[in-house]
Design a protein around this ligand. Structure first.
Ligand SMILES: Nc1ccc2ncsc2c1
Length: 231
């Protein structure tokens, strides 16, 4: 998988060299390329934003630098999925992470300010080398830009790429992988500060342990995220 990230804060993504994705990058499993949007400006101040058409507060990211950046990033692309992290997008959830993990080439366009001129999204969707454009939201709160969201999406999708995680079984028993919250986890010692590990987990009865874990998932999901049960 190839992942391109376009941002005005390329240094933000240096952390990708230390995480699980760092190993994948080193092994060539995932080819991550980070691009500074300001490299695609031509004025002395390397301007990437301008005032909003129609007035209003804040600034909007100019289309020209984005157009040139995507010309460069997509020059040798085919079937790229281009993601625009945005609060106005579809909510990013595990099924979308799985879909992104299937893509041979992901491009993340990190907006700042009040967002990117909408014509960039429209033009990108018309490019023949682009298989899909996805405007995706991390959730309903205020962030300063798309970088934090892109990092989360890259990790969520990247870890699903075959070969990324040592034990693929561990991908199954994760919160949201089966649509439910994960069960609570325990390890040694059996008693810690007077608190006991649930005896069933020490019973060796694998059927009883599996049943207990499933019940814990349902109970936790019912209490904390009932909407995941479609109730
Ligand atoms: N403010 C905000 C909220 C969610 C979100 N998701 C992707 S960029 C973004 C920005």
């Amino acid at each position: 998988m190839r992942i391109d990230v376009v941002t005005i804060f390329p240094e933000f993504f240096s952390v990708l060299d230390v995480s699980l994705l760092g190993k994948a990058r080193a092994s060539g499993l995932i080819d991550i390329r980070v691009h500074d949007l300001r490299e695609f400006t031509h004025d002395r101040h390397r301007t990437v934003d301008d005032t909003p058409a129609g007035g209003g507060a804040g600034m909007v990211m100019k289309p020209e630098p984005w157009g040139e950046a995507l010309d460069a990033v997509l020059a040798d692309a085919a079937d790229a999925v281009v993601v625009f992290p945005t609060p106005a997008g579809e909510l990013f959830r595990q099924p979308i992470a799985r879909a992104l993990a299937e893509a041979p080439h992901l491009v993340f366009c990190c907006g700042r300010y009040e967002g990117i001129d909408q014509r960039v999204i429209e033009h990108t969707a018309s490019r023949p080398e682009v298989a899909a454009v996805r405007e995706l939201s991390l959730g309903d709160y205020v962030l300063n830009g798309g970088e934090v969201a892109a990092m989360a999406m890259i990790e969520a999708a990247g870890r699903l790429v075959p070969g990324m995680v040592g034990n693929p079984d561990s991908l199954v028993e994760e919160s949201h992988e089966d649509g439910l919250l994960e069960y609570p986890s325990y390890t040694k010692p059996a008693v810690w500060r007077g608190l006991e590990t649930p005896p069933v987990l020490l019973s060796g009865n694998h059927a009883a342990i599996a049943a207990w874990r499933r019940e814990q998932q349902l109970d936790r999901t019912r209490r904390i995220r009932p909407e995941l049960l479609g109730d």
